[in-house]
Design a binder for this molecule. Structure first.
Ligand code: UDX
Length: 431
């Protein structure tokens, strides 16, 4: 099939590439000229395992092309994906101006039947708005079209895997014709396909991310009770998670959720609920707990170190989670800013996010190219992201390099008894 993907951010680039991989002809559109130029040469602006190989392969096999000209993308394509960003506005609602602009442009260049798909995460009723916008823009041109909501569920760091082997594909439609075409498009992915109405599909996305965020805030609250009572959160999470009704995933306590999705989607879901006349009480608590969790961790560092001023502190892990270089809403930012404010000298290391981190962290942070050099003479090690490299670190070497063997672990990556045996003063979360 001929496909156009508008917006080459995380979602658009991965979606376009995976649809090319399954044999479609895909043209990706973005108004960022330098990004398109890089992509044409197979240079990927983000770190995402496997993505570069997939992009290069599909460019070479001529199934994947890039352009800045929206008309060039829309004209030949029967299916058009809207994958532009929907950033949060100051009041927490989603800014849909990019979606509206793209809908207008699509209408301008529509020449025959098209399926227009909202893949960006949007509040319920956006599909209806997109349809109205296109109808208005088409004026008296009599061209048939269908608007579809087909949310993505890909996680950064495993985006290709999640897209190629999805656990479900949700297609929100109002016409059988569009449902049939999209069922054919997604056949090669061999996943469970759920056909719903457009509004249900939109809510499935917001509710899924909000539920996962709720699980995280819940386990973070339980971890506080574990600390206060002397229980161990890892044992508690295991004991809970083995109940298939609860499940093991997303019960990892830590320093709260970050990234480009959960914070934005939870607040947008609260906001759209409010607009619809409902006060989403649980989600407000989820947000509050998440904000408090990071503050609690910063206090833990301060309590452990007593005086922060002039201390050399190493921070391992800058990205909001492992296997990505994404710094959006990364807890490391808030931790480092607080420590710098208290007068600490920060030495930082991350396997891939340092380039992006430089532009968002305070300028006196010292970045190290090597995990161990970041520890030389350090008076404390703070762990903010659970990269595999950190879990596999040579602890004897860590001990030898540090001035004071203090480790404050926000991700529970080490076994407390092993750390004690090695002579570290080790603090983690909820145990
Ligand atoms: C999320 C959803 O998982 C994905 O389905 C959606 O389409 C986009 O948003 P992503 O933001 O890439 O994906 O990361 P995810 O792996 O879900 O982690 C989100 C945040 O939750 C991270 O900050 C992570 O550290 C935190 N987290 C996750 C926990 O604190 N504990 C957990 O058990 C799991």
């Amino acid at each position: 099939m001929k496909i156009c993907v508008i917006g080459t951010g995380y979602v658009g680039l991965v979606t376009g590439t995976c649809l090319a991989e399954t044999g479609n002809t895909v043209i990706c559109v973005d108004n960022d000229k330098s990004k398109i130029l890089s992509l044409k040469n197979g240079v990927i602006p983000i770190y995402e395992p496997e993505l570069e190989e997939f992009v290069k392969k599909n460019i070479k096999e001529k199934r994947l092309t890039f352009t800045t000209d929206i008309q060039e993308g829309v004209n030949p394509s029967q299916i058009i994906f809207i994958c532009v960003s929907t950033p949060p506005r100051a009041d927490g609602s989603a800014d849909l101006s990019f979606v509206e602009n793209v809908a207008r442009s699509i209408a301008l260049y529509m020449n025959e039947y098209k399926i227009i798909i909202d893949k960006s995460t949007v509040p319920v009723e956006t599909g209806q708005r997109v349809e109205e916008t296109i109808k208005r823009q088409l004026k008296d041109k009599n061209i048939e079209f269908d608007v579809v909501s087909n949310p993505e569920f890909l996680r950064e760091g495993s985006a290709i895997h999640d897209s190629m082997k999805p656990d479900r594909i949700v297609i929100g439609v109002s016409s059988q014709k569009a449902a049939d075409i999209l069922t054919r498009l997604y056949e090669p992915f061999q996943a469970k396909i759920i056909i719903t109405n457009i509004k249900s599909a939109e809510i499935i996305k917001h509710a899924s991310n909000s539920f996962l965020a709720t699980k995280i805030s819940f386990i973070n609250e339980v971890s506080r009770i574990c600390e206060l009572s002397g229980a161990n959160i890892e044992e508690v999470a295991l004991g809970m998670g083995l109940d298939p009704r609860i499940g093991r995933q997303f019960l990892q306590t830590g320093i709260g959720y970050g990234g480009s999705c959960f914070p934005k989607d939870v607040s947008a879901f609260i906001k759209i609920s409010e607009e619809l006349g409902y006060d989403f009480k649980i989600l407000k608590a989820v947000e509050k707990v998440n904000a408090e969790q990071i503050e609690f961790f910063i206090k833990k560092i301060e309590k452990t170190l007593w005086i922060i001023k002039d201390k050399k502190i190493t921070v391992w892990g800058l990205a909001f989670k492992p296997d990505t270089d994404d710094m959006r809403n990364a807890p490391s930012i808030q931790i480092i800013e607080a420590l710098v404010k208290d007068g600490a000298e920060i030495h930082a290391y991350d396997p891939v996010a340092m380039e992006k981190a430089r532009s968002v962290l305070p300028e006196d942070v010292v970045f190290h190219d090597d995990i161990y050099s970041s520890l030389q003479g350090s008076e404390a090690l703070v762990i903010a992201t659970e990269w595999e490299d950190f879990k596999n670190a040579d602890l004897d070497r860590v001990m030898a390099l540090m001035e004071q063997p203090i480790v404050v672990d926000g991700r529970n990556i080490f076994d407390p008894s092993l750390m004690k045996e090695k002579g570290f003063m080790y603090t983690s979360i909820g145990r």
